[in-house]
Design a binder for this molecule. Sequence first.
Ligand code: AMP
Length: 187
Amino acid sequence: MDILLLGSPGAGKGTQGAILAERLGLPKFATGDLLRDAVKRGTPVGLKARAVMEAGQLVSDDIILGVVREELAKPEARNGVIFDGVVRTVPQAEGVTSLLKELGRQIDRVLFFDVPDREILTRIEKRRGIEGRADDDPAAVATRLKAYREQTAPVLDWYRARAGVELIPAVGRIDQIAAKVQALLGR
Ligand code: AMP
């Protein structure tokens, strides 16, 4: 089963995705985590992505789709994947659809974590104190939220027109939100 998680930065995709991955026994795949790792290791992808990420902008679709192709080729991805923040533009949605199609697969469920902007800002501020991410500073956060509104929000409509999108009101305790996800998926 392939499950796509959508939502703005700080919506809780990573946290809920990890819980879901553990419960379903599927790998969670987050382009943000893979890119941060590539930057740390100084790989060619990391060198290209670094400045763009620090500014809070989106990395190019080509780079993202290259990373997705590599991840889907891994044996542990053969039974399905939880895609966390992997699709942030309409061309990426199209590209991921084609890559899965080559494997005879498709995105089976699309979950949208819905959190009001005010709450998002509070969460990112809190995370900045804990994780110290360069792109959690206020200027980069403003750019990331703008990128979300302009480039990622249209992805919701793209999936609504095709697969259907399930909305999860994602405010409250982590376990309460996880329970909503479980109820929605029935597992
Ligand atoms: P995240 O950890 O999900 O907040 O991602 C951190 C940063 O990685 C983002 O601000 C982007 O610069 C980059 N990134 C991660 N996933 C994508 C994607 N699917 N498309 C474009 N850029 C991405």
